[in-house]
Design a protein. Structure first.
Length: 105
């Protein structure tokens, strides 16, 4: 299992072409027999772009990999690990649920 990080959308300031918010999703799945167990998390990261700063990347030139890196950097390693651990826990709970439904007859 490996968590996949994606960016669903970016919000930008049209006056300086800088990204102000990135909407991210992290997800993973595990197939057991015919069942697929999934886990995911969604969130946002806010930024204060400075178009005059060295290394500024205009909106049109941003890659998803860069935006994911920005989000992970702003979240910090501890939070990224917590998100990925939560996804693993969701999958584990799906594989062995504490509560099930049905009838005994």
């Amino acid at each position: 299992m490996a968590v996949t990080w994606t960016i669903s959308t970016l919000e930008r300031n049209t006056s300086d072409d800088g990204v102000v918010v990135a909407h991210w999703r992290a997800s993973d799945s595990e197939v057991v027999g015919e069942d697929t167990h999934t886990g995911s998390s969604y969130g946002t990261c806010g930024f204060t772009p400075d178009s005059s700063a060295d290394g500024f990347i205009p909106y049109a030139d941003i890659t998803e990999t860069q935006a994911i890196g920005w989000c992970k950097d702003s979240m910090g390693e501890e939070t990224v690990t917590a998100v990925e651990d939560s996804i693993a826990a969701q999958i584990a709970d799906s594989k062995a649920p504490a509560i099930t439904t049905g009838t005994p007859w």
